[in-house]
Design a protein around this ligand. Structure first.
Ligand SMILES: C[S@@+](CC[C@H](N)C(=O)[O-])C[C@H]1O[C@@H](n2cnc3c(N)ncnc32)[C@H](O)[C@@H]1O
Length: 268
């Protein structure tokens, strides 16, 4: 495995992914009943923005750091900013397990899998002391087979693979279809890079038979220096929470201006 999220943490795609993740978690938490969250590809949980990796790519600089000190009256953006501010004050950016950990209530459960042993060790360290968080050294797709459906019956599955193996889109589509047979009422958030357009459209086509609402968000970084790097990504949300699309649309122009991105949202 070569992929290391420390090169990319806090970039334009992380910002959108984590905004959607925060909105989804808090939407489920409007009810008191327990919530189950499965984060299949957890990463290490916390990323040093002054590290050699982060400094080399400058991705956070053109992503989350553009939002730093942004004054927004929009409740989702404010929520996201209030969650990241304590971390940014220490020059770190939280990964998905830390966002969920910060929002977890005593009745909720978070399961995180990570396959890369050193990353798993850091993840354990960064989530130590939190209750109801179970971190495992495990393949993310295997964790979908193991933990779905959850006994809580209400749940969110975040699928955020590195796409460094050739068949990742196929593996992801198969795992989704299999998970859906057992847990069709869950909300699934799937991140993917948009560079191989054929693979992306094949992926969307292969899951089109799943009978649920599908919200697609695409985000493209317009900063010229990123032309030859990954500058476009997508998020697919199956069974999206009520008003997620509207909330992202309300933020769209502010995000587009400060991060120099194009955002598109559509129901598939
Ligand atoms: C894009 S990063 C995750 C970022 C994280 N979800 C976040 O938002 O902060 C992908 C992670 O998946 C891990 N990984 C790669 N293959 C995996 C697999 N089959 N199962 C679980 N984790 C895997 C990588 O080591 C990497 O840490």
């Amino acid at each position: 495995m070569n992929y290391q999220h420390s090169f990319h943490a806090g970039n334009f795609a992380d910002v959108i992914k984590h905004l959607v993740y925060v909105y989804t978690i808090e939407y489920f938490q409007k009810k008191d009943t327990p919530l189950f969250i499965l984060d299949t590809h957890g990463g290490c949980g916390l990323y040093d923005l002054l590290s050699e990796h982060a400094q080399k790519t400058q991705e956070a600089h053109y992503g989350v750091m553009k939002l730093n000190h942004l004054d927004s009256r929009h409740s989702l953006l404010n929520r996201y900013l209030s969650l990241i501010q304590p971390y940014l004050n220490q020059n770190v950016y939280p990964g998905s397990p830390c966002f969920a950990a910060a929002l977890l209530r005593k009745q909720d459960v978070l399961r995180v899998s990570e396959l890369h042993p050193p990353v798993y060790e850091s993840l354990k360290e960064h989530t130590i002391g939190f209750k109801n968080i179970y971190v495992t050294l495990q393949d993310g797709y295997e964790s979908m087979r193991a933990y779905l459906p959850p006994k809580e019956k209400r749940g969110i599955v975040l699928i955020d693979p590195p796409y460094e193996i050739g068949n990742e889109f196929t593996l992801c589509a198969q795992s989704l279809k299999d998970a859906f047979k057992r847990f069709s009422q869950g909300t699934y958030i799937i991140w993917y890079p948009i560079k191989d357009h054929h693979a992306v459209s094949h992926f969307k086509k292969s899951i089109s038979s799943l009978s649920c609402e599908k919200l697609e968000l695409t985000i493209e970084l317009l900063t010229p220096g990123f032309k030859d790097k990954l500058n476009k990504a997508g998020l697919l949300v199956l069974n999206p929470p009520y008003l997620l699309q509207e909330n992202i649309q309300e933020l769209q122009s502010a995000l587009e201006q400060v991060m120099a991105v194009n955002i598109d949202t559509r129901i598939l």
